[in-house]
Design a protein around this ligand. Structure first.
Ligand code: P6P
Length: 334
């Protein structure tokens, strides 16, 4: 019987065999995974845990917070602040960075996260998830928000945990993408897929179609051609999915291919898009690239974007390489 490989063993081997990740980064990732297990327990309790519904407060994005948003944020902060591997954290739910208190040793990594992405799905029992990204703190004493403003290509680890029919942790440390499914009886994440690959072509697109009248012409051209099906210029029929939970949509694409789009639209012309660069687009973009896909802002590679603000937004087109490149081509031709 093939021995089950736990997340711990996978990370130890990435550290020892491949010399790929330092011990401090391995420890950080194990702490994040444990925090995700704890969040999964709260999510799975739902109404029984008294954790559904609104928290009657707004986050820095001006969005109504759900109680589980706040719980997930606190779980990640409390799990990671004492271990000595982090200097500071940044979260979608907090305006400024959270510097590790002086009573704990400061480490060399920076952790960014969207503690519970897809909040609008919490109360209707649809998959949600935690997205995380790890950067190295620049040399020098202390830590500031400026230290976080690194392009996505500087990430040293990225991943998400999707809380769905299974709780699955998906991770890259720059050596491909691996998936770990939570074995609740043992309480450990077990390796269930490695060397994840996104097919270069697809027949499945994901976008919120209710925004169609607000899109720019190249996006409209691309979607119209998908809708035209086999009689249209693409010569094939397409399927559509939109879960309105980026983690769930990206997980489907990593599992069977597809293209995900949350483009700029004219409702808020001064904003490049809805999704956040640092703790949504960058980690998801790196995972997709590590699995052989592509991730752009409809024109240029997401991981090359030099951030100017911690919570800055970005347009996102990611997934099967040939489809993402087609969207870029249509923007260049416009
Ligand atoms: P809409 C969830 O709120 C989120 O940030 C992503 O997870 C998701 O892809 C998107 O917003 C859904 O946005 O406008 O379709 O509700």
């Amino acid at each position: 019987m093939s021995s089950k490989i736990s997340l711990t063993r996978y990370l130890v081997e990435q550290q020892r065999v491949d010399g790929h990740i330092p011990a401090q980064l391995r420890l950080l990732l194990e702490v994040v995974a444990r925090a995700c297990k704890s969040i999964s327990r709260s999510v799975n309790k739902g109404a029984l845990g008294g954790v559904l519904g609104s928290a009657e407060s707004e986050n820095v994005q001006g969005e109504m917070q759900k109680m589980l948003d706040i719980i997930a944020n606190e779980v990640l902060i409390e799990a990671n602040e004492w271990g000595g591997h982090l200097a500071a954290m940044a979260s979608e739910e907090m305006e400024g960075i959270y510097v590790v208190p002086n009573r704990y040793p400061q480490g060399e990594y920076l952790l960014l996260f969207d503690p519970l992405d897809g909040s609008s799905n919490i109360d209707v029992n649809v998959s949600i998830g935690t997205i995380f990204s790890v950067l190295k703190k620049p040399e020098g004493a202390g830590v500031s928000e400026q230290d976080f403003l690194q392009a996505g290509c500087k990430q040293v680890a990225a991943g998400y945990c999707v809380y769905g029919p299974q709780t699955t942790l998906v991770l890259t440390v720059g050596d491909g993408v691996a998936m770990f499914t939570l074995d609740r009886e043992q309480g450990s994440f077990i390796l269930t897929q490695e060397n994840v690959k996104v097919p270069e072509d697809t027949k499945e697109f994901a976008i919120n179609m209710s925004n169609m009248r607000h899109w720019d012409a190249p996006i409209k051209r691309y979607v119209d051609e998908c809708l035209a099906g086999v009689e249209g210029p693409r010569g094939k029929d397409f399927n559509m999915r939109w879960i309105a939970s980026m983690v769930a949509d990206v997980h489907r694409i990593l599992t069977r291919g597809g293209i995900f789009m949350y483009p700029w639209d004219k409702r808020e012309p001064d904003k490049p898009g809805k999704l956040r660069l640092m703790y949504e687009a960058n980690p998801m973009g790196w995972l997709i690239e590590q699995a052989g896909g592509a991730a752009t802002n409809a024109r240029t590679r997401i991981l090359d974007i030099q951030p100017e603000k911690l919570h800055q937004r970005v347009s996102v087109v990611l997934g099967s390489k040939n489809e993402v490149e087609r969207v870029t081509r249509y923007h260049n031709e416009a």
